[in-house]
Design a protein around this ligand. Structure first.
Ligand SMILES: C[S@@+](CC[C@H](N)C(=O)[O-])C[C@H]1O[C@@H](n2cnc3c(N)ncnc32)[C@H](O)[C@@H]1O
Length: 392
């Protein structure tokens, strides 16, 4: 049933998830747009630590060939989205036999006219092509060379642009031509990433808007000035705590990079309340859970990990972020922890990547139960728990 569904559509996104045990590739997203020559296809593969985007290709004739290899692999969940219908397939494998149950879901909500996987022409910033922008952002010297002190920041920005700008083009409901792509940067600081994202999107002709939020008036003024200097449209920076920010309706991408301690929880809660389609969260210092971890409260076999400060700190980080991830899952997000950038550049290199899905109620309840069980096991919970309501 998959082939007729996608080959009769003007566009499709097929997401393969729930991989077989031990698989290296955990998720695959194949997106297709009908063009004069056939189909423009983009494939993204996600492993535990990285996301890989294959170069866009054009195939003549039917597009099924691009999903067949993944159909043949043993992913248990396949979500097909087209402008006409969304269909979820759940597959159970018993030896060579496959049992498939199929469910029709509400179709993806926005117009698919502008599915344009080729719109993001050049995602990376280079000192050759984007010198004026990089100088304005203070990443480059007046002669356009990347500053040595900003090299790590420049690398991070380019890595993130490479990772998720393709998603902007590949997920059509995120980039309709008649509505701007709405970005919120919570705890934006100098907003290196979100200003770069706006610059790249507008450079490539994609309508976008940005709301940067920070509690520090100085950085808000700084960012406002830079946005004006670069000539970015639809860009606004507001001075407020994230927890007090207005949860404006609709957000396509919420970014929170290294927002301090529980400001990350505030950012995730804001994304949830705005029903953000995608969130990219790189947590910073974690104190909240660490303070709650006590030897007498955790299982005996975990106690040695609390003997030294460094192991307690890292354990606290991991417990916090896995709980944040599972809370997101319980609230309908497909969420993963990924490597943000290699460890040599920053110790704080975990990225929580979350995408709003049509996950079923049963799955959400299971994740909610798992969160509650983790809280009991660790005797600790992230601040996020007090900001959201899990399903029961
Ligand atoms: C470490 S900086 C990161 C800045 C930027 N996101 C980046 O990665 O370059 C953290 C920023 O979060 C802001 N911040 C911290 N807690 C906040 C809160 N509760 N509400 C709003 N902003 C907050 C700080 O003022 C600071 O600008």
């Amino acid at each position: 049933m998959l082939a007729p569904l996608i080959s009769s559509a003007s566009a499709f996104v097929v997401t393969f998830s729930k991989p077989p045990k031990g698989a290296e590739v955990l998720k695959v997203v194949v997106s297709g747009t009908r063009v004069a020559e056939g189909w423009k296809i983009r494939t993204e593969r996600f492993t535990e630590r990285q996301a890989f985007t294959e170069p866009t290709s054009v195939v003549a004739g039917n597009p099924e060939g691009s999903i067949d290899p993944w159909i043949a692999s043993r992913f248990r969940q396949v979500l097909v989205q087209t402008p006409e219908a969304d269909v979820q397939m759940l597959r159970t494998f018993k030896g060579p036999h496959v049992k498939v149950s199929t469910k029709r879901l509400l179709p993806s909500k926005k117009n698919w006219e502008s599915v344009a996987v080729d719109r993001v022409k050049q995602k990376a910033l280079t000192s050759e092509n984007d010198a004026a922008f990089l100088i304005a952002l203070d990443l480059a010297t007046p002669d356009g060379k990347i500053k040595a002190s900003m090299a790590d920041k420049f690398r991070q920005v380019n890595h993130l642009l490479a990772t998720f700008v393709p998603s902007v083009g590949a997920r059509p409901r995120l980039a309709p031509s008649d509505e701007p792509y709405r970005v919120v940067d919570a705890g934006c600081g100098k907003a290196y990433l979100s200003l770069s994202l706006m610059y790249v999107l507008q450079r490539d002709g994609i309508q976008a808007s940005l709301r940067g939020i920070d509690a520090n008036q100085h950085v808000v003024d700084h960012c406002t000035h830079i946005a004006q200097q670069i000539g970015l449209r639809n860009t606004q920076f507001v001075c407020t705590r994230i927890a007090d920010a207005v949860a404006a309706a609709g957000c396509d991408l919420l970014i929170a990079l290294h927002a301090c301690d529980t400001a990350t929880d505030e950012a995730i809660a804001l994304g949830i309340s705005m029903k953000a389609e995608m969130m990219l969260i790189a947590p910073c210092c974690h104190h909240e859970v660490q303070k709650q971890l006590h030897k007498e409260l955790v299982p005996e076999y975990v106690r040695p990990l609390l003997d030294d400060g460094i192991t307690k700190e890292r354990l606290g980080d991991l417990v916090t972020d896995t709980m944040r991830r599972d809370i997101l899952r319980a609230l309908g997000y497909e969420a993963h922890l990924e490597e943000f950038i290699s460890l040599e550049h920053t110790q704080k290199n975990i990225l929580i990547r979350a995408e709003l899905t049509n996950s079923n109620e049963q799955d959400r309840l299971q994740w909610a139960d798992r969160v509650r069980a983790s809280i009991l096991a660790w005797g600790a919970q992230p601040r996020l728990m007090s900001m959201v309501e899990l399903p029961r």
